[in-house]
Design a protein around this ligand. Structure first.
Ligand SMILES: Cc1ncc(C[n+]2csc(CCOP(=O)(O)OP(=O)(O)O)c2C)c(N)n1
Ligand code: SF4
Length: 281
């Protein structure tokens, strides 16, 4: 006979910390916070088995607002930290979060090589096509004609970075585009991303209402990809969806089958004195 007492079901709000977000009212990142708590509750993962790792930026404040383990790290280095953590603790659910500046500008190199390496973790980029925290500079995903103040008075004139097409080419194993305005839809996709082995990449279009107020219109401009074309394991079909000029598709745009990166770390033991000796100048 089984005498185990069932644990009470965790509710989304139980994944939130006591710290209130300092985001501007209406910032898309609120919706993403809601999606993360709903997805974790949907999967009933205990908070102590989750680690949220971020860089620097408004969106990178995410670990602070959750009561899971968290690491609010260094600008552009979330994926390096998260990969190290997942390698050392494969039992944890590791989620990296951040912005388009953090992930594709200063962190661009780590982004490419994390896709290529394919560790079993999820990366949520809150893409608002701007550096929000530092007051509105152009980012790698900014439209070339967007004009802002003294820094880019005539726009950047540079073609925007295509994060998902690049993730596909570099080897990410799960690729999706979502909208922060659809908190439940994003939560459902996030649950699938967490469950899928390998590196899962979610680009969540998340408006910066302060520096890009026109992004409030995104919710009327995005198109759900046809259900029968979603979840393809064929990279060529996924590339057609990602590079389509029919509109900006949301949904799960690729679900691959590459083997997961999990090196055998073995047991390493070292004494601090030995390091001290090695690095003494
Ligand atoms: C090494 C380093 N360079 C630059 C900065 C300044 N900085 C802080 S956040 C940020 C960009 C934030 O933009 P993004 O990652 O898109 O996040 P958002 O604030 O839009 O959510 C920059 C350049 C920094 N903190 N550290
Ligand atoms: S500046 Fe933009 S990205 Fe940052 S909290 Fe405000 S609305 Fe959000």
């Amino acid at each position: 006979m089984n005498h185990e007492i069932p644990l009470p079901q965790l509710q989304p709000k139980e994944y939130k910390s006591a710290i209130k977000p300092v985001w501007c009212p209406g910032c898309g990142d609120f919706g993403v916070l809601g999606s993360i708590t709903k997805a974790l509750a949907g999967l009933q993962i205990q908070p102590e088995n989750v680690a949220i790792v971020s860089g620097i930026g408004c969106s990178s404040r995410m670990p602070t607002y959750l009561c899971t383990y968290g690491f609010h790290g260094v600008h552009g280095r979330a994926l390096a930290l998260a990969t190290g953590l997942k390698t050392a603790r494969p039992d944890l659910t590791v989620i990296a979060t951040g912005g388009d500046g953090d992930g594709f500008s200063i962190g661009g190199n780590h982004f490419l090589h994390t896709c290529r390496r394919n560790p079993d973790m999820t990366y949520i980029v809150m893409d608002n096509q701007v550096y929000g925290m530092t007051k509105g500079q152009a980012s790698p995903t900014t439209d070339p004609t967007w004009q802002h103040g003294k820094l880019t008075p005539a726009g950047t004139g540079i073609n925007p970075f295509q994060p998902l097409a690049i993730a596909l080419a570099a080897g990410a194993n799960f690729i999706a585009r979502c909208s922060s305005a659809d908190s439940n839809g994003t939560a459902r996709i996030l649950m699938e991303a967490i469950r899928h082995p390998g590196f899962s990449m979610l680009q969540v279009l998340s408006p910066c209402v302060t520096f890009r107020p026109e992004q409030r219109e995104w919710k009327n401009q995005l198109i759900a990809a046809p259900e029968e074309r979603q979840r393809t394991a064929d990279p060529a079909e996924a590339a057609r969806l990602l590079l389509s000029d029919e509109g900006v598709y949301t949904g799960i745009l690729f679900k691959g089958e590459r083997p997961v990166y999990q090196p055998q770390t073995g047991t390493v033991s070292a004494r601090i004195e030995a390091f001290d000796e090695e690095f003494r100048l």
